[in-house]
Design a binder for this molecule. Structure first.
Ligand SMILES: [Zn+2]
Length: 307
């Protein structure tokens, strides 16, 4: 079965200013490399629907959702924090980004495809239950995980996060939910300065020092993620796929390259084949060097689609 590639033109219209690294050019850079590699014609392209309010309310407070809807400016840019801002099209993009993951979960759990990649922005893993931060408004991967749990009645869902930043929002939303295993790696100490306090059997968040290379990253995955997933035996694996730990990405100071992203994708896929019929939903998070982002997503998708 071909991998679903879920995106929407509205995700290009969210723009926080020409200086901002989380820019529409990121999605164009991914497209560019998918075309150059020839991979684009092997993917099943799907338009992302808009997330319904009920989907968002599974992981965000009603007051918070109201505040995001109310914050949309008629013109110009409105800042929610120093890093996170809305233009008139940001809400539309955020609803498509969350809706993409809901749809990806639908496609995978109804057997229409076994793997899906949501090529969306704004990203989501910093968005907490009641707080926008770190370029994120709605926690896309959490909205998808909650859909799998609440709509399909899954009892065990794993979220694997290899973005260079800790997914504080995902931890905030699921930290007391025995149905969710979170495994992550992230640069530490580094924004958002979380992820080291509440380590538990279900919050396997592994801090890595600056300048960590691929070998050390792979060791962390093998030593901590794999045994935790073996014990948990998830029925679905979602990926918070951030590519900002790439050696060429100036946002942080890590040393991963495309082959490391291909390797970790293969590890996740192998575990998914072992425990959940290969069902994987991957969601774009960070990745700010445009060239490295395009190449890394291509490497990730090659493995995800079995090409
Ligand atoms: Zn990041």
């Amino acid at each position: 079965m071909t991998t679903a590639f879920i995106s929407h033109q509205d995700c290009l219209r969210h723009d926080m200013g020409s200086y901002h690294p989380e820019s529409p050019l990121r999605l164009r850079a991914v497209d560019d490399q998918l075309i150059a590699s020839g991979l684009i014609s092997y993917l099943n392209h799907v338009d992302a629907p808009i997330a319904e309010r009920a989907h968002l309310e599974r992981v965000h407070s009603s007051e918070y959702i109201d505040s995001i809807f109310a914050a949309v400016p008629r013109a110009g840019i409105h800042h929610l924090d120093p890093d996170t801002a809305m233009n008139p099209f940001s809400l539309g993009a955020a609803l498509r980004a969350a809706g993409a993951v809901v749809h990806a979960v639908d496609l995978v759990l109804t057997g229409k495809t076994s793997t899906a990649f949501c090529c969306v922005r704004p990203p989501g893993h910093h968005a907490e239950r009641s707080r926008a931060m770190g370029f994120c408004f709605f926690n896309n991967v959490a909205v998808g995980a909650a859909h799998a749990l609440e709509h399909y009645g899954l009892k065990r869902v794993c979220i694997a996060d290899f973005d260079v930043h800790h997914g504080n929002g995902t931890e905030d939303i699921f930290q007391n939910d025995p149905r969710v295993l979170m495994v992550s790696t992230f640069q530490h100490p580094f924004y958002p300065y979380s992820g080291t306090e509440s380590r538990s059997d279900l919050m396997v968040n592994i801090p890595l020092p600056a300048y960590t290379n691929g070998q050390r990253f792979r060791s962390a995955v093998t030593e901590y993620w794999v045994p935790a997933i073996d014990v948990f035996q998830p029925e679905l694996i979602l990926i918070s796929a951030g590519f900002d730990a790439h050696r060429d990405d100036d946002m942080a100071s890590m040393g991963l390259v495309e082959s490391d992203y291909a390797w970790v994708t293969q590890q996740i896929l192998t575990l998914a084949e072992k425990y959940c019929r290969g069902r994987v939903v991957s969601v774009l998070e960070g990745g700010y060097d445009l060239h490295a982002l395009g190449r890394s997503v291509t490497a990730h998708l090659k493995v995800l689609s079995g090409l």
